[in-house]
Design a protein around this ligand. Structure first.
Ligand code: HEC
Length: 119
């Protein structure tokens, strides 16, 4: 019985990681990737503007921090507790990093103009 349950657990976790690799789960309401920190980001970052500001942006941790500091300095964004700020920065730098593909990168080459620099 124990063996059987272990097998089921293994299959479930393999299945979950396979699905995770195949495609990310997207929240239909905000368009944000559902991952650790999603709830905090949804609650904190969609008060003043749409989450499209986030999904259209890529940045490493430092870039995201400077965007937050800019909003705090000029756009009336309040200060976060260090713990909340850390959670938000983890989420943003993991899910919206420069390495993540953008829509542009997903275009087929047949949908793009010819590269004028190609030899
Ligand atoms: C207090 C209101 C407020 C909150 C809360 C807020 N923002 Fe903003 N944010 C703004 C304003 C205002 C702008 C500028 C809008 C414009 O340019 O029209 C902006 C712009 C942005 C931009 C675009 C920056 C650019 O370079 O164009 C991003 C990205 C962004 N916010 C992310 C976030 C994230 C992530 C959070 C949560 C940590 C957040 N915002 C929470 C007010 C807010």
């Amino acid at each position: 019985m124990k063996r059987f349950l272990l097998t089921i657990a293994l299959m479930l976790s393999l299945g979950a990681s396979y699905l995770g690799a195949a495609e990310k789960e997207i929240d239909s309401k905000t368009g944000l990737i559902i991952a650790p920190g999603f709830e905090e980001v949804k609650t904190t970052c969609t008060v003043c503007h749409s989450a499209k500001f986030i999904t259209a942006q890529r940045g490493d941790r430092q870039t995201w921090l400077s965007i937050i500091r800019w909003m705090q300095d000029t756009q009336g964004l309040w200060e976060f507790s260090p713990k909340l700020e850390d959670t938000i920065l983890d989420y943003l730098s993991k899910n919206y990093s420069p390495e993540e593909e953008t829509g542009r990168a997903n275009l087929n080459s047949s949908d793009m103009p010819p590269n004028p620099y190609e030899k």
